[in-house]
Design a protein around this ligand. Structure first.
Ligand SMILES: Cc1ncc(COP(=O)(O)O)c(C=O)c1O
Length: 381
């Protein structure tokens, strides 16, 4: 079949073959412990669900303006101001179908063919593919064993074609929170070179060490070049509702709205009402969920520490561990298949995140499951 060159360049999900093996094992009646999950295992809090139900009952079921309903944009404005020290106007904010859509719209809006976007590895799998879909070239900068970007290296990779750099702190998959001083220095370079800074802050609440840091709050110049990406998926256990949001320069937001209006039109009206309830709901539910993640994180760190196969590194945020592996010379993919076949535990290899020699284990699952997974892993290794 005739397919576009653009789409041919995009890699399919690298975990596809692993997922196929998981399904095969499940079909055979095997019980697999799944540590690949990228979403909280909690239900959406009750008040938020009720807001969605109420929206349906009130027939709030039509299209909304492409950048979102005014009440939600206003709630996002208040959130940015109160929690991140960001003084965005409502016109500098838009609501999207998840943070993923915000990133997609952004790259469609700021990239021309051949423009470069700097991404530090390990990275979230969708960044390079979304850049490619917009005709851009992802430029990957490796990091050391602590997975923290290095300023001098960043400077070396900048070319006249560099249009943007992506920072994701807390970071999926490394679980690292980048030092504020580093983010500040990277921001200064971006201002000097007139490069967009894409700050993906989706895990800002799931943080165990340090504080979230929004580079756009540094100065008016920083705010001008930064796109602050966030959403309710991870914070409020709302992944399926598909609501994200972004703050940025009015002209970029207008361009993104234009793409939104000609593609998916708008985020779901019902979900927007639910997200509004989420942003107004206070911090109690978040604290409860984060406390549970914290307990699991300590459990996982402890157990990883006991196995010489793994070299773990402290988990500072997110719900992922990203230990280095050293087992019979296996690659991360071979090791992941080995764990799946021998221990019936599913993890994600580091390779699709741009970092070979590591695996990602998600602790967005119960302590009982984690206990079971580690007993099996310990036995097999
Ligand atoms: C780093 C990062 N950014 C963005 C997203 C997208 O989140 P959403 O569900 O809001 O589209 C994810 C989801 O896994 C993520 O890990």
């Amino acid at each position: 079949m005739y397919l576009s060159e653009r789409v041919k360049k995009v890699s399919p999900s690298a975990t596809l073959s692993l997922n196929a093996r998981v399904k095969e094992l499940l079909r055979k009646g095997e019980e697999v412990v799944n540590l690949t999950t990228g979403e909280p295992d909690f239900p959406t809090p009750e008040t938020i669900k009720q807001a969605g139900i109420k929206a349906i009952q009130e027939n709030f079921t039509g299209y909304t303006p492409p950048p979102g309903i005014p009440e939600l944009r206003e709630a996002v404005r208040e959130k940015f101001l109160k929690e991140n020290g960001l003084n965005y106007a409502v016109e500098e904010i838009m609501v999207t179908c998840g943070a993923k859509d915000a990133l997609f719209l952004l790259f469609q809006s700021i990239l021309n063919t051949g423009d470069e976007v700097i991404i530090f590895s390990p990275y979230w799998v969708s960044y390079p593919e979304q850049v490619k879909l917009a005709g851009g070239n992802p430029v990957i900068i490796p990091t050391g064993t602590e997975h923290i970007p290095e300023l001098d290296q960043f400077k070396k990779y900048i070319t006249p074609r560099t249009r943007a750099v992506i920072l994701n702190s807390p970071c999926n998959p490394s679980g690292k929170v980048f030092p504020p001083e580093l983010i500040e220095k990277i921001t200064e370079v971006c201002i000097e070179k007139d490069i967009y800074l894409v700050s993906d802050e989706i895990y800002e609440e799931i943080i165990f060490k340090g504080k979230p840091f929004s580079p756009a709050a540094l100065s008016p110049a920083a705010k001008k070049i930064t796109l602050t990406i966030n959403g309710v998926s991870k914070t409020y256990a709302m992944t399926g509702w598909r609501i994200g949001y972004v703050g940025g320069h009015k002209e970029v937001i207008q361009a993104m709205s234009k793409v939104q209006s000609q593609s998916v039109s708008c985020a779901s009206s019902i979900s927007q009402r639910a997200a509004l309830a989420a942003l107004k709901s206070g911090k109690e539910e978040i604290s409860r969920m984060v406390a549970i993640f914290q307990e699991r994180k300590e459990f996982v760190e402890n157990r990883l520490d006991k196995l010489s196969v793994f070299t773990p590194s402290p988990i500072e945020g997110t719900f992922y561990a990203f230990p280095r592996i050293n087992y019979q010379g296996m690659s991360s993919e071979e090791f992941s298949f080995y764990l799946l076949d021998k221990a019936k535990v599913a993890v994600v290899p580091g390779k699709p995140f741009g970092k070979e020699g590591y695996i990602r284990l998600s602790f967005a699952t119960s302590l009982d499951n984690l206990q079971k997974a580690f007993l099996r892993i310990e036995k097999v290794l």
